[in-house]
Write a protein that binds this ligand. Sequence first.
Ligand SMILES: [Cu+2]
Length: 155
Amino acid sequence: MHTKIVLAVFMTATSLITACGPSETPSQTPGPAATPAPATPPAATTGLKQIQQQRTGDYVVAVLNDTGDLKQGTNNLTLEFRKATDNQLADVGNVQVQSTMEMKGMSPMMAKTNVTPSGTPGRYNMTADLSMAGAWKTVVTFGGNQKVQFDLGAK
Ligand SMILES: [Cu+2]
C-alpha cells in the first residue's frame, strides 16, 4: 500500500521534471536580453529550510530542518511557533508531538519522537524516528490544548 503511494508520487514528480526540463535550458533562450534573476536569499537566519507550516488560532507553526525534506530513519528537526499577527517567535510552553502512519488492516505505526526547548523562546528541537518511507500524520500539541496537524512525507 505505502509502496504504491510512494511510487505514484515519485512517478508524478519524474513526469513533472521531464515536462519542465526543456523550458529550463538557458541556452535555448534567444537574444541577449535575458538576464537571470538573482536568487532569493533565504529569509531565516538559522539557515533552516521549511518543510511545512500550518496555522492554528493565533499561531503559525512550522517544521524545518537543514534540507527541507524528511527521510526514512532519524530526522533532526526544528519546530517554530510564531504569532500570526507579527510573525515573531513566541514561547508556547510544553510541546508534545505524535507521529503515526496509517497501515491498512493494522493498527497505525507510531514514530519515536522527542521535543525539547532549544533555548530560544518559540523554537524547539525535535527528533523523529520515521521507520518507513511514506506519509506520517504528525499532531503537535502546545500551550495547553492547542493542536495542529502536519501531513509529512518521508522519502
Ligand atoms: Cu507504514
